[in-house]
Design a protein around this ligand. Structure first.
Ligand code: G3H
Length: 503
């Protein structure tokens, strides 16, 4: 159970502690932040409302711990990460339980998230050992006008303090996707979890604590965004911010200083369906892509753009599958569970009502109970409807009928988002042309959008983000290139003759 067994230290009464200087602490604010269970709409957990002074302390320690961590051999850093991964996977049950309770993720998917996170940490440790253990050697005579008098050695060095801010929908997985690359590269790490997802994050951080990372190297600070949000992201000690979430990322990037940013800010992933597509395959992928975790994934299919000639058949197939989706508590592994908050449910409802007013066809009756919204397919959606452009982050999927592939590509490219997209066709040549034409960070051919496997590059264009993720790209983003140049008094060529006489 969450907060028990090896996790008892992280709880003070009914309030979870924050992690600083290698210890679990109670905030001097004397205040806490309530975490509402999306399904019951009652307070499930409480976390510390940390103060700006506590942020300052954490930053100070992160700066000093990083200096010795950067001098820790790479194999040792990797060893500790492997240890943390094993502890995390061993304790998947209580961590998954908190995911179920604070973000209403179905129980089975919650376990998958924890296991996937352990695998990501281990993969990152291995990749770090490989890519950080090698550098480049450049010779000057490849550039015009130069003799071979300069040897340039390049290697990768850490940035310093990395601030990681994961989102509510993958609080564990998208936290470790930032923590592991930061640590293997020799950085220290300050984690600010989302409010919903904070308790899962605190459990995950305890696994790193038990693995034996040095004091102050990792911290986890909880609290109200209004109190510590800007203070954290604009803190002078921060050397890199890795953020996943919504529009807040745009304001963070405007306020951040001259530091590397890794941002993933959502998407409106289009699913373009051609006339020759395998419609059964498309329908299954629309269900998986549009409705898994109740549509609360940045890579969810968020608009279907289907050729008019096959639209009726596809809509019927999707309708039949929607009818089979189970709706209810996450504990019972229902496909559709409550969305994260009442404000989110209200926002989704606003999009649905706008589509209704403007004449969309409802394939199911719209139904909502509290934060629980039944899956809904909206057909005959037109570009003047909000749902054609905005991301509901819920189990509501619009279908736009198109009369040409160009119309589909134009709709996709007119979006301010550009995360992923997908195209269904049996013609690989057409698929490649469409993929090249789509202004998105990734295009999936004959499958729904998805970030994983977690070592694949993952990036958004336009308002979907800055920088690329995936294990290798994250390690590279969280390092800087350092060069040392050896200058020779005379040119030296291997196998050159008469070199001794020039000395
Ligand atoms: O919600 C944003 C995540 O990066 C999506 O990840 O494709 O594994 O669901 P996923």
């Amino acid at each position: 159970m969450a907060g028990t067994g090896i996790f008892t230290d992280i709880l003070d009464g009914d309030v979870y502690k924050y992690y600083s200087d290698g210890e679990w602490k109670t905030s001097s604010s004397g205040k806490s932040v309530a975490i509402i269970n999306p399904a019951t709409r009652k307070t499930q957990y409480k976390v510390q409302a940390c103060t700006q002074e506590e942020v300052n302390k954490v930053m100070e320690m992160a700066k000093s711990a990083q200096k010795s961590w950067a001098k820790t051999p790479l194999w040792k850093r990797a060893e500790l990460l492997h240890k943390a991964a094993a502890i995390l996977k061993d304790n998947k049950a209580p961590i998954a339980e908190s995911l179920v309770k604070e973000i209403a993720k179905p129980a089975k998917d919650s376990v998958t998230e924890v296991v996937r996170s352990g695998d990501l940490i281990s993969y990152c440790a291995e990749e770090g050992v490989r890519i950080l253990g090698e550098g480049k050697f450049l010779l000057s005579d490849s550039f015009p006008g130069n003799e071979r008098t300069k040897y340039c050695l390049t290697s990768k060095i850490p940035l310093g303090v990395v601030l990681a801010i994961p989102p509510f929908n993958y609080p564990v997985n998208l936290a470790v996707s930032k923590i592991a690359p930061a640590l293997i590269a020799g950085n220290s790490l300050v984690l600010k979890p989302p409010t919903q997802g904070a308790v899962s994050c605190l459990h995950m951080v305890h696994c790193f604590h038990l693995a034996g990372f040095p004091k102050g190297l990792i911290s986890c600070i909880t609290g109200k965004g209004s109190e510590i949000g800007d203070f954290l992201t604009m803190h002078p000690a921060v050397n890199c911010i890795s953020f996943t979430g919504g529009d807040t990322g745009i304001s963070i990037s405007k306020k951040a200083g001259m530091i590397p940013l890794q941002m993933e800010l959502g998407g409106k992933d289009a699913c373009i369906v051609l006339e020759d597509a395998d419609l059964d395959l498309v329908a299954s992928n629309i269900i998986k892509g549009g409705f898994s975790y109740s549509g609360q994934r940045c890579t969810a299919v968020k608009v279907v753009l289907v050729m008019e000639s096959v639209a009726n058949e596809l809509v019927e197939k999707v309708k039949a599958k929607v009818a089979k989706l189970t709706v209810g508590p996450p504990e019972e592994n229902c496909d559709i569970t409550a969305v994260v908050s009442e404000s989110s449910a209200n926002f989704i409802e606003g999009l649905v009502m706008d589509a209704k007013d403007k004449g969309a066809t409802f394939c199911q009756e719209y139904k909502r109970q509290g934060n629980l919204i039944w899956p809904l397919l909206l057909d005959n959606v037109k570009p003047d409807m909000r749902i054609a452009w905005e991301e509901p982050f819920g189990p509501v999927l619009p279908v736009l009928r198109i009369s040409s592939v160009e119309e589909g590509i134009n709709h996709c490219n007119a979006s301010n988002f550009g995360l992923q997209g997908c195209v269904f066709t049996k013609d690989i040549n057409k698929a490649m042309l469409i993929s090249d034409a789509m202004e998105t960070g990734t295009v999936q051919i004959n499958s729904a959008p998805a970030r994983g496997p977690d070592h694949f590059p993952f990036q958004g264009l336009k308002d979907s983000g800055i920088g690329s993720q995936g294990v290798t790209n994250s390690i590279n983003l969280m390092t800087k290139v350092k060069t040392t140049v050896i200058n020779l008094p005379t040119p030296s060529y291997s196998m050159g003759e008469g070199f001794i006489s020039r000395l």
